[in-house]
Design a protein around this ligand. Structure first.
Ligand SMILES: [Zn+2]
Length: 564
């Protein structure tokens, strides 16, 4: 007798084929029947026409640190996600020598949106190497399946220590990095990830170590994947990295290359489409390149205590390095403000988060009663009303409130026609949730619900079967994840049951549930009815199962086998 049958569901099998009504039978964590279930089952779940699809594969997360204190990978399971790829952009916590732990966590503070205190209080260190890290996660258990990249910045720190964010590597250092990358990939990493993006800074504004790598270093490390005969090369590109160079890496290594982060920018509206065209041309030449795009508008909540939105600007550099009163004095400095304005206005500045769209920066919450009139105004409106320059208006308001004013900025991906075209592009990969990072700035862990609700139901930009394919079988094939991403006999019973008429995400909420009382943003799930990982239910209509943490053995696996 088999374990569970889900009866009378609208089956979306992940291949893009039209939906059909039927049953799905599970046994031993695997799918055994799809269509008309004939076998006997111990348990029955009546879907009553709800849609059943393979669980969402979230291919761009940053759960590396969080998973050491939160085996449940909150909030992803309640949002339909059954597999997460971690270590994106190369922001991992392994390998790491005991002496370098603080150094590694300092790299993560800015990009993950968590304070150093929080990361130190939360992170559990039972490992040094990448294989040790995977083994520790396996021992602790995990609620969803996890595939991990070897991360460039950690590898660089392991070899170069304090020098990692400061200089190019010597050939001997690159050789040591190669050994570590090969060790990780052979131990079951899904590939190698790195970043050359100027938005990626560590504690006090030091660049992420990978940003100091020259082309020779990137070529050498991509070469490890050729040598291992497996793995994806993932890169979040900054201005100096061109698609042509990434195509060269794909050609030399013979491995797939995922190019992130393709976010639409109103100040350079053709930019992402130029990249997608280059990616398309590379594919026509037989390379495997994918453009990682997001289905969510990139909105960030921020205060001037840690304004990630400005931290990628060169003119912001002097502020990044300062703390306390010296920092406030920097923000008051007219010369500093002028250099910010000049850079923001410069159309040749390249890829960046903030492009001077002051009409898309909102005053969310003020602290002082006399500023309440500005609440929910845009910075542009506030500047017009007070006859000030917008940057001055924003900084002066924040300074008058000890930097506690909360702002919300709609930064990128706000042009829906453009984003729709990116989502439909044949060589794009739906990605970039950044789950586990930027916790105080935004939370797109529910990107799959947004794709199904907004882009399928509300906008009609994608058909339901095609959207399901982009969340399941497509990422499974890009990352070579075997036996997942489809509803087919023999595949893992990673499943997501939802109501297509209601699926989506609710308004954001701020909660304080991180180590040391840290805050993060969450978006509640709408229309979710059930989520199963390897045949075990992890979430229902009320959210993640309450008894999940108490389970003897969590159902997720550390994925170590990938197709070449
Ligand atoms: Zn990332």
């Amino acid at each position: 007798m088999h374990d569970l049958v889900i009866r009378n569901a609208l089956l979306l099998d992940g291949t893009g084929a039209p939906a059909r009504c039927g049953d799905l039978g599970i046994s031993g964590g695997k799918i055994v029947e799809v269509g008309k279930a004939r076998d006997l089952y111990k348990e029955e779940f009546r879907a009553d026409g709800l849609a059943l699809m393979p669980g969402i594969i979230d291919n761009h997360t940053h759960y590396d640190a969080q998973l050491t204190w939160d085996s449940l990978a909150s909030p992803s399971p309640a949002l339909g996600v059954t597999t997460a790829v971690i270590g994106n952009c190369g922001f991992t916590i392994a390998p790491c020598r005991p002496a370098d732990r603080e150094l590694i966590l300092k790299n993560l503070t800015q990009v993950e949106g968590m304070s150093l205190e929080m990361l130190k209080a939360g992170t559990r260190w039972g490992f040094e190497s990448v294989p040790d890290y995977f083994a520790m996660l396996e021992r602790q258990g995990v609620a969803i399946n996890v595939a991990g990249f070897v991360g460039h910045s950690s590898v660089r720190t392991y070899v170069m220590g304090e020098d990692a964010p400061r200089r190019a590597a010597t050939p001997a250092e690159v050789a040591k990095m190669r050994d570590l990358v090969l060790e990780g990939v052979r131990a079951g990493a899904v590939g190698f990830a790195t970043s050359t993006s100027a938005n990626h800074n560590g504690h006090g504004g030091i660049p992420m170590p990978s940003r100091l790598a020259d082309d020779a270093e990137l070529r050498a490390l991509a070469g490890c994947l050729k040598e291992a005969g497996r793995g994806v090369f993932m890169l979040t590109k900054g201005g100096r990295t061109q698609v042509e160079f990434l195509e060269e890496l794909a050609a030399a290594s013979g491995r797939p290359v995922v190019v992130a982060a393709l976010l639409h920018n109103n100040a350079n509206p053709r930019g992402v489409f130029d990249d997608l065209e280059r990616i398309e041309a590379a594919n026509a030449r037989g390379r495997r390149l994918f453009g990682a795009v997001s289905c969510c508008p990139l909105t960030m909540d921020f205060t001037l205590h840690s304004p990630y939105v400005f931290e990628g600007l060169k003119a912001w550099k002097p502020a990044l390095a300062r703390k306390g009163e010296a920092y406030k004095a920097q923000l008051r400095d007219p010369g500093f403000r002028q250099s910010m304005r000049d850079e923001i206005r410069d159309p040749a500045a390249g890829v960046r988060l903030f492009n001077g769209e002051w009409d898309k920066v909102y005053v969310e919450n003020v602290r002082r009663p006399e500023h309440r009139k500005w609440q929910q105004s845009t910075v542009a409106e506030m500047a017009r009303a007070s006859g000030a320059d917008p940057l001055d208006a924003l900084l002066d308001l924040a300074l008058a409130e000890d930097l506690d004013t909360e702002f919300s900025a709609l930064l990128l991906n706000s042009d829906e026609a453009a984003v729709g075209a990116m989502l439909r592009h044949p060589h794009s990969l739906v990605s970039l949730s950044d789950a586990g990072a930027h916790l105080t700035l935004f939370n797109d862990a529910g990107f799959g619900l947004h794709l199904l609700g907004h882009w399928v139901r509300e906008k009609g930009v994608l058909s339901l079967p095609d959207a399901v394919r982009k969340l399941t079988a497509h990422p499974a094939s890009v990352f070579g994840i075997p036996g997942r991403g489809k509803l087919a006999p023999g595949h893992a019973a990673d499943l997501f049951l939802f109501d297509p008429a209601r699926v989506g995400r609710g308004p954001k909420q701020r909660v304080q549930d991180l180590p040391a009382g840290g805050a993060r943003l969450l978006t509640p799930a709408l229309g979710v009815h059930g989520v199963w990982v390897n045949g075990t239910q992890v979430a229902d209509a009320r959210g993640a199962r309450a008894d999940l943490a108490a389970m003897k053995r969590l159902p997720g696996r550390i994925l170590r086998e990938f197709l070449s």
